[in-house]
Every structure is written in C-alpha cells, then in structure tokens.
Design a protein around this ligand. Structure first.
Ligand code: MG
Length: 371
C-alpha cells in the first residue's frame, strides 16, 4: 500500500456570464483533482479548492515528494502533516486515501464507514442569484423555473448583494412561482448588520416554506447570532468556512444557531468533517452539508450524510438536504451523478462506486496561464 505516484489535474472553465452572491461575481469555475497510485496499482482520487497556482506549486514542491513512499493506510498522520502546510490540500488527500482503503478492502465508502442508513438523499438546487445584467431578477426567476421543472422542490437563493427592497422583490416573485410543497432557503453570505437581518422577519413571518436563513451576519458574532435566533421565526444556519468540529462547538454551545453547514473541502479532512456531522447529532442540531466547490467532495458529503443517523423520528423528514450546484459549471458532472426529482442515489460499488469522467479532465485542463 506504498504510494508510488501522484498525478495532478488542475481544471479551469471561464464563465460566459459571470454570476455571484453578496460577495461579488465569479468569472470562472475551477477544480483541482489528483490521483494517488499505490505499488499494488490501487488508485484513489482527491480534490481540493484554492487558487490553482497555489495548489499546483504546493503539490509539486512539497506534497507529492512527501507522499511518495508513504503507506496509504496511514491516513491520519499523513493528513495531519500536510495540514501544517496547507489545510485544503490535506482535506483533498484524505479523500484519495479513504478511497484506496475502501478499494483494498473491497467495500464501498459507506460500508467502510459502518453502512448507509438510506439509499438516496434529498438535494436542493443552489443558485447564485446575481448577474451584472439590469434585469437580474427576471434572469433568476427563469432559472428557478427551469430547476422546478426539472424536479427540484428545494431552492436556495442569494440575498444581501442588492438593496433590501430589491432582494425582497426577488423573493416575493419566487414565492409567487412556488407551488405547494416547494421550499426556499435564503443565503446572505454574512452580508447584513443585525438590524437589516432582523428586518427580514416581517416577511418571513408570512411564509411557511422557508427552510433556513443562511449566514445573515458575520459568523464570528456568536452572541449576535444567539440574539437573532430569538428574534426570527425561521431556523438560522451557517458555518461553511469553519475549519473543524471545535469551531462549530463554539456556536453550538452558545446555542447561537439551528443548523450547521460544514464543507468537506474547508475542514481538516473527511474524518474531521464526519466528526462535525456527528457532533450535530450529539447536540440535537440539524446539519446540512455545504458543498459548492467540487463534485468529488460533494460525493463524499453524500456518503457521509448517508451514514448519518436520522435527526427526527418522522420518516419523510429525517435527513437534511445536501447542496447541489445548478449553476453553469462543467465540473459538477465529473462524478456522473445526476439528481432525479430532487433526490440523488448513493453509489454502492467498491470505493467511490463511480468513474471520474476523464473526458471532462482532458477538455478543461488548465493551461497554466494566470488570469
Ligand atoms: Mg452559503
């Protein structure tokens, strides 16, 4: 199980039409995939997110020379060492090493982790609502209509990047579009002050289909979150950029939040990520994976979520939905998994149970030019 090779695949896709959230527009989507091979020929895929030149240089100069010759089964120690250099690379390496152990054992990732509670999971369509067009609301509404038509019943949209009035107009139009059984998530990406976040309550109290209000104010304001939670009638969620279960524990102990949102690629490895999921269950909170930056990491979020016990005894509502990027992004299909009517089947084959689409890798391989 000695590691003999690590191949890297930085991928880049410039967007035809930039889209964004309260923090600005994205002009490209990227992915950094890599394949670790052991001396017996077993391979495992990893994925991480960061600026491509940083990742490429870090892997070439430091991480690959370190990994070559090491035992792939020694995951905790290898990941801990790489984390000292670059946390997000460590998270990616933890995925590849997990797949190698699963393949060596001849089992799926979920079986390796103790077995899946469910064969499929609900996913919500995650949108970046803003474009630089004057008619951004009309553009967003058309996109939401397409996603509803394709079977999604849970949609996340952005607020906080336009005036309160304009954002409210957008949300009211969405509410007009929704049929019975459709649910909405509103994400402010930490953009509001306390008073503006609280102002939403006047509208929230009229709607019964809001799943949660995501990151209304900066996540470091735990005391304000606690206060806001007592003012609002919708659950408050957040934490996509937190790095460990210990970070989430602060929010949980302060009773500042209703739902936590860890991200596989932002935490210190898939094992640390799973600790955070379990922490939510120990503490009686809901958890919905944040997973917008890569399809392989999203697949691991699905595996981990499938292994999570129910949060409620109600059969049709006992697992939280997982984020599903529906924006223009060719890398979302790299694992060749698609939702049907807002549900994704969990692969059951050995390892990750799917083939990585190498055609996409060949087509979008980054040319090394920094833009
Ligand atoms: Mg968010």
């Amino acid at each position: 199980m000695r590691i003999v090779n690590v191949e890297t695949f930085p991928l880049m896709y410039p967007l035809q039409q930039p889209y964004g959230d309260a923090n600005g527009y994205k002009t490209f989507r990227s992915s950094f995939l890599f394949k670790i091979t052991t001396h017996s020929g077993i391979t495992g895929w990893g994925e991480c997110v960061d600026w491509l030149p940083t990742l490429t240089r870090g892997f070439e100069d430091k991480i690959i020379p370190y990994l070559i010759g090491k035992q792939a089964t020694n995951r905790f120690q290898l990941v801990q060492q790489i984390k000292k250099w670059h946390q997000r690379s460590a998270a990616g390496v933890s995925l590849a090493l997990t797949e190698i152990v699963a393949k060596f054992s001849g089992v799926s990732i979920t079986d390796l982790w103790g077995g899946s509670w469910r064969s499929s999971l609900p996913v919500y369509a995650s949108m970046q609502s803003y474009t630089d067009q004057f008619e951004w609301i009309g553009h967003s509404i058309k996109h939401i209509e397409r996603e509803l038509h394709s079977g999604f019943t849970q949609i996340k949209v952005k607020v906080g990047g336009r005036t309160f009035k304009e954002d409210l107009m957008h949300i009211q139009q969405i509410q007009g579009l929704f049929k019975e059984g459709c649910n909405l998530i509103v994400d402010a990406n930490e953009s509001y002050d306390f008073a503006t976040a609280r102002e939403w309550e006047r509208s929230f109290s009229n709607w019964n289909n809001l799943l949660w209000f995501e990151e209304p104010i900066p996540m470091n304001l735990a005391a304000d979150y606690k206060l806001l939670r007592s003012c609002l009638t919708v659950p408050i969620a957040g934490g996509e950029n937190l790095k460990s279960a210990a970070d989430f524990l602060q929010l949980i102990q302060n009773r500042a939040i209703d739902m936590i949102q860890p991200d596989v690629m932002h935490e210190d490895g898939i094992d640390g990520y799973r600790h955070t999921l379990q922490l939510s269950r120990y503490c009686g909170l809901r958890v919905s994976p944040h997973t917008f930056d890569g399809a392989l990491a999203r697949l691991y979020a699905l595996f981990a979520h499938a292994c999570l016990p129910p949060w409620s005894k109600m059969k049709d509502q006992n697992i939280e939905p997982v984020e599903w990027d529906v924006m223009e992004n060719p890398f979302t299909t790299i694992t060749q998994i698609e939702p049907i009517d807002g549900q994704v089947s969990i692969p059951t084959g050995v390892g990750i149970g799917v083939e990585i689409d190498e055609k996409i890798i060949k087509r979008y391989l980054w040319d090394g030019l920094i833009n």
